[in-house]
Design a protein around this ligand. Structure first.
Ligand code: FAD
Length: 287
């Protein structure tokens, strides 16, 4: 089923993100994780994709196929473009079509100083336009950034660039992780002013250790609210307490987002079934 159809039929959509296991071509190591995640019945599961030079991208497709065929959950395949050319993208989408996969998240991908970009795609909006023209039956999602993308000179410019992506044909959006819901509400306001009217799933990263979160924050530029920083400091050396506190913080964010009519919640599961289960158990009657 197309993801844009899911947003039309369900008031609020729940989704998970996972990544293919490294070096496990048989995908057996992820079975236990999938059993739990798919048993929680998300509306879709998105599978990440290497930005280039990676051997794991066939694993992305195989994992998406497995999610669809063996577990009956709709997959979304991430597809990055700066390190691929037009023919490689077409070949990849042919593989998706053979597998009956109709949803992609069209991304630029992060620049890698060790890889020379192919210079056929510079921005995600170009990939969106190319897919719309060449593979018009695909449902295409795009990424968005409540606190602005790290390379953007300012948030207004970033919103203008998001508008280009939507005008090129993006059908739905998935947000970067954030820890301060006010940032998200302010971003949605800017979207409305810019007349961007696609459904957005809000990205939530449940925190289970301090090093993980500091790495993510330095990569994606999300700000850490003071109250959250204090929680991390208090419990950083107590694994179980930090798990409880991290889950409680994420659940609080989600409850507030749902009460404020967010169209979707996208949980960055980090392939951790205990995290997804704890969160879903806490919001069972809300979504
Ligand atoms: P774009 O939309 O192209 O934006 C990138 C920058 O260019 C922004 O600063 C934007 O303002 C600017 N820009 C856009 N269009 C124009 C224009 N026409 N003119 C001038 N400037 C412009 N990375 C992976 O490698 N694999 C993944 O699986 C993956 N999954 C992700 C999932 C989500 C939900 C998110 C939020 C990110 C994901 N990423 C992934 C990371 C992503 O690839 C990076 O954030 C990347 O730096 C930008 O990708 P984008 O598609 O948002 O790029």
């Amino acid at each position: 089923m197309r993801i844009d159809e899911i947003y039309k039929t369900k008031k609020q959509v729940l989704s998970f993100e996972i990544y293919p296991p490294k070096r496990d071509t048989t995908l057996t190591s992820i079975d236990e994780t999938l059993q739990v995640l798919c048993g929680l019945k998300p509306d879709f599961i998105s599978v990440t994709f290497g930005a280039g030079g990676s051997t794991t991208n066939s694993l992305t497709v195989n994992l998406a196929k497995k999610i669809k065929r063996e577990y009956g959950i709709e997959p979304v395949v991430h597809l990055t473009c700066i390190n691929y050319d037009h023919n490689e993208i077409l070949a990849f989408t042919d593989e998706l079509a053979e597998a009956g996969i109709e949803n992609v998240l069209a991304l630029r991908g992060d620049r890698n100083p060790d890889i020379e970009p192919k210079k056929e795609f510079f921005y995600a909006s170009e990939l969106v336009a190319f897919l719309k023209e060449q593979r018009g039956n695909l449902c295409i999602g795009g990424a968005c950034y409540p606190e602005g993308h790290t390379e953007a000179s300012d948030k207004v410019t970033d919103i203008h660039n998001l508008k280009k992506k939507v005008d090129a044909g993006a059908d739905f959006l998935v947000s970067q992780l954030f820890f301060d819901n006010e940032m998200y509400y302010s971003f949605r306001e800017k979207m409305r002013i810019a007349d961007i009217s696609r459904p957005v799933s809000a990205g939530i990263m449940p925190v289970i250790n301090r090093a993980q979160i500091e790495r993510m924050v330095s990569l994606c530029g999300a700000s850490l609210p003071e109250k959250f920083r204090r929680i991390l400091m208090k419990y950083e050396n107590d694994r179980e307490a930090l798990f409880d506190a991290g889950m409680a913080y994420a659940v609080n964010q989600i409850v507030d987002l749902l009460a404020n009519e967010a169209e979707g919640i996208h949980i960055y599961t980090m392939n951790n079934p205990a995290v997804a289960k704890r969160i879903c158990d806490s919001i069972r009657h809300l979504i």
